[in-house]
Ligand binder design. Sequence first.
Ligand code: BES
Ligand code: ZN
Ligand code: ZN
Length: 500
Amino acid sequence: MKITITKDLDKAQDVLFLGLFEEEKDNGKSFSKELAEEVEAAIGRKAFSRQFGEMYATKLAALPYKKVAVLGLGEKKDFNTEKVRQALGKMVTATKGWILSSFTTNVVEKARHDKVDQKLLGQSAAEGLLLANYGFTKYFSKEKQEKKKPLSLVALQSAGSDEFGEGLRIGRIIAEATNVTRDLVNEPANVVNSEYMEKMARQVASQYSSVKMKVLNKTELEKEGMGALLGVNAGSSNPPKLVILEYNGSKKGKYTALLGKGITFDSGGYNLKPTKYIEDMATDMAGAAAVMAAVKIAAELKLKKNLLAVMPLCENMVDATAQHPGDIVRAYNGKTIEIGNTDAEGRLILCDALAYTEKNYNPEVMIDLATLTGACVVALGYYAAGVMGKHDDLLHALHEAGSASGDRVWQLPFFEEYQDWMDGSKSDLNNNSQKGKGYEAGSITAGVFLSKFVEKAKWAHVDIAGSAYWMVDGAYLNKGATGSGVRMLAYYLMDNEEKE
Ligand code: BES
Ligand code: ZN
Ligand code: ZN
C-alpha cells in the first residue's frame, strides 16, 4: 500500500473519510453543507453518532468520490495515537468491504496538536493502515482473493513534517515485519516446521550484513546436553533446532537476548489436547516468529543495540518415541525435570534456551515471548500479553512500550509464595505445578519455572498465548495471527538504544 501526504484531501481517490469529534456539532458544515445535513438526519434517526468508531457512509453527487463516509472520533481530549491506528484500520476494512482500493482522509491532521509527538503519529498511522490491510489469502482461489483485495493507496491529508514522514517510514518497517510474523503464524503446521523457520531466519541473516546466524542441530543439542528441548521433540519426525540470530548494531553494550517459543505444532503429546483446543496449535511458534521480526526491524532501522533472537524449534507430537508423562530429563544447566505433563512443553524448550543463552552470551537483558499457557488466555483474553519477572525497571519499560505501540502487556504478580510451586518430588523441578490442583495461577507458575533457569540477567517473561491469535476481528488487526510482541519489542528497543 502506498501512503501519500497531501495538503488537501485527494479528490482522485475512491473514498473520502471525514473524522468528526463529538464537539463538532455542525457535522463539518464548512466542508459540505449537503453532507452535514445528511449526517444530521442520520444522527436524528440514530443511524450515526460521533462516538468513537461509529461510521456513516453515503454517496453525494456534489463530491467526486465513489463513497463518502464520516467516522466518529469521540471526544477530542480522548483522541490519541492508538485511536489513530484504530480509526485508520476501520477505514481500511470498510474500503476493502466495499471492494474499492483507495481512500483519502483528514483524520491524521485532526490528531495534530501541540502535545502529540509527530514521529509517533506517523508511526501509528502507518501501523494502523498496513496492519489492517493485511489478509492471509494465499490459499484462496483468484475469485475469492478478489473479494479480499488489499488497498493500493491511501492519501493522508496533512500539513506534514519531517518527523511525521520519518514516523511513517519507521511505522512501515515495523508493520511489514509484523505482517511477516503473522504469515508465519497463520501458515499451517504442514508448511511451517523447524526447517521452514530456519529458512526464514536465514533470509534475515542474508539480507543484512549486521546479522549473523547460528544453528544447533540435533547432534549439537545432544552434545550440549539440552535434554529438556530434545525430550519435547522425541515424538516428531521433524528435527529439533536451536536457531540464533545475532545483530550487532553497537560497539558498546552487552546483548539483549530475545527468546521465542517455537513449537511448530503442539498436540500436547501423550497428555493429548482435546478437540477445540488442538486445532490452532500450529500457532505455537508465535514467540519465535516475533523475535525473528524484532531482529529484522532492528537491522532495518540500524538500531544502536546488540541483540539476539534465540529460537528453540520443536514439534510436540505423539509417537512410540515420544516422551512419557513421568519421564525425567536433564536440562542444559544440569537441573533435572520431571515431566508432570507433556503438554507443558513450552517451558521445557525455553528453559534450555534461557540457560544456554545466558551461559554463552552473558546478556544483560533476556526477554522471552511464548504462547505458554491457556491460563493467560483466561486471565487476560486477547488484548494484552501477560508479563512477569523480578526487575521492576524492565517490566515498567515493557509496559510503556506496550502502551505506546498499542501492543499491550499487563503484569502478573510474581509473589514470593509461588516460588516453590514448581519444585519436583523425585527431581529438582516438575514442569507442572505441584501445589493445589495444579492449575491455579497457571501463567505465574509457568513463569516461576522459567525463572529457575536465569541466574544474573535482567529477565522478563511475556506470555502471548491470548494476544498472538485472535478469534475475533479488531479495529486494525483482523481475526487470526496478530504479530503480538513485535511492536512492543520494536518500541522497547527504539527507546533503549546504546548511547555511543
Ligand atoms: N501452547 C499451549 C498454551 C496455549 C493455550 C497457547 C491456548 C495458546 C492458546 C501450552 O503448551 C500448553 O499446553 N499449556 C498447558 C500447560 C499445563 C499443562 C500446565 C495449558 O495451558 O493448559
Ligand atoms: Zn502444550
Ligand atoms: Zn505449547
